[in-house]
Design a protein around this ligand. Sequence first.
Ligand code: ZN
Ligand code: ZN
Ligand code: ZN
Length: 352
Amino acid sequence: MADADVEALLVGPGADLRYLTGYHALPLERLTLLVARRDGRHVLLTPRLERARAEEAGLPGDVEIVDVDETADPFALAARALDGVGADPRLGVGDRLWSTFLLGLQEVVPDAAWIRASTVTRELRMRKLPEEVDALRRAGAAIDRVHEQVAGLLRPGRTEAEVGGDIADLILAEGHSEVNFVIVASGPNGASPHHETGARTLAHGDAVVVDIGGTLDGYCSDCTRNYVVGAAPSGYADAHDALEAAQRAACEAVRPGVPAEAVDRAARDVLDAAGYGEAFIHRTGHGIGLEEHEEPYIVAGNDLPLDAGMTFSIEPGIYLPGRFGLRIEDIVVCTDDGVERLNTLDRSAVRT
Ligand code: ZN
Ligand code: ZN
Ligand code: ZN
């Protein structure tokens, strides 16, 4: 905070609050707000009825809980929590704090300059501690165990939604506490990267993209593999070979000091050379941790040097409208001298 010249961070429910305090607050219409001050006089404003949950979270000892009664003005209490930070303070407001709360805060601290709290928290959250990497490793192993059971669920006559329901059950059965998303994109639906799992019935000859993730011990999993029901559509094997090579090249490009965009470039070069450049319509990856998508983004234009402890996805795809889609996704961690994959399943397309 001193580096960023910020007097206080004002953080509501979400990943930053969990990172800083361990408290998984509910995103309510009532204000929950951590006022983390550079001078160490931290306050957590909590709706009175939420105090028990905040206490159960085992907050750091230097955070004082202040109850917000149903009839109290939460913004007046926030202003009081900022007493003594000086005139015209620079305040970091949580990137996910709802605008209704920011507008209320701006009324009671009219002379403040506002910046994003992520100016401070991104530097902390991007480089994972060993225990965070361990949690991501456990989440990765759990989603791998789910994928090992997916082929058995993909039978002609079943709908994407039926398969998706079974996968959601498996995500929980394999140790996640939450299902974050289930994408089952069959046949031509695979050409839409975030296809909404729906009513389409699986048929012989379908390619199926399965991209799934959940939360385990607070940290997210995210893994994509490709399946074929019966015989693969024409052109499928060539495309999958090119994609596997692209995904491998991107993984091999990861080491400390390499710009994030170079990893994207490594995947794109392979697909360009194989004639699939136009069909790779999204960035190569996203950071992952307490959130499914966070920094660093593995995308052209991001010259951020990778650093040990950064965790992100490597997920190039090929999308051929009207025909099929393909994506291979692993979560990786940048190590001191290279890369470790947190998803270790075989990457070739699985035939069912
Ligand atoms: Zn995605
Ligand atoms: Zn992803
Ligand atoms: Zn994914």
